[in-house]
Design a protein around this ligand. Sequence first.
Ligand SMILES: [Zn+2]
Ligand SMILES: [Zn+2]
Length: 231
Amino acid sequence: MKNQSKKEKITEFLLDIMFPKKCVSCGKFDTLFCEKCRAKILFLKTQNCPFCNKITVRGRVCPSCKSSLTGVYVAAHYEEPLKTAIHTYKYEFIKALKDDLADIAWPYLNDFPQKTILTCVPSNPKRLAWRGYNQAEELARILAAHTGMRFYPNLLKRTKYKTPQTQLNRKERFKNVEKSFAAGKKMDLSGAQVMIVDDLVTSGATLDACAHEIRKMGATRVWGFVLARNK
Ligand SMILES: [Zn+2]
Ligand SMILES: [Zn+2]
């Protein structure tokens, strides 16, 4: 693996001894997400408006759904075996899964110009301390390396701690994330196309709130790019 620190290598070595690598879905040894399972991922055949599900080009927001987002590009359905892989990456701290997950997604970025700027949904500090990494940032970093797109990890920051979105209904989700983000550093993004990377999209509220802040920096188009749609 590239760009691994000595500490990461030692950690991985020890983890391999204590917990031999096996596929998160079928249990096959020596791989985290085996090819057979990867072949079962249900990739999206069409892209849709993230809010009303109407079929649109590249997942553009349709004219009747107003949003700061230009659109949300989704790679796959949130179904097995991808569901378990994302869940394990996010909640069971199997950080090494980031490579397998990014592998699934990066070819889709070829649909966008290379001058697109990648960023990620910022983690809330409590989550970051607990998990030790921002799962969206790790993915975005690999996607940037594969595509040659620029990656600005700190475009945004969280401004307040909020209730985890998973506990709320659709309407509450939009209310909850309002004003949850702000510019991480002062940047002029005039005329730029920005893509916010995250693992999942559900209501689209988080991505919408992020896009709102990025527009204020001058970006002309703000896309979301996610591994899967959870609905
Ligand atoms: Zn497998
Ligand atoms: Zn729509």
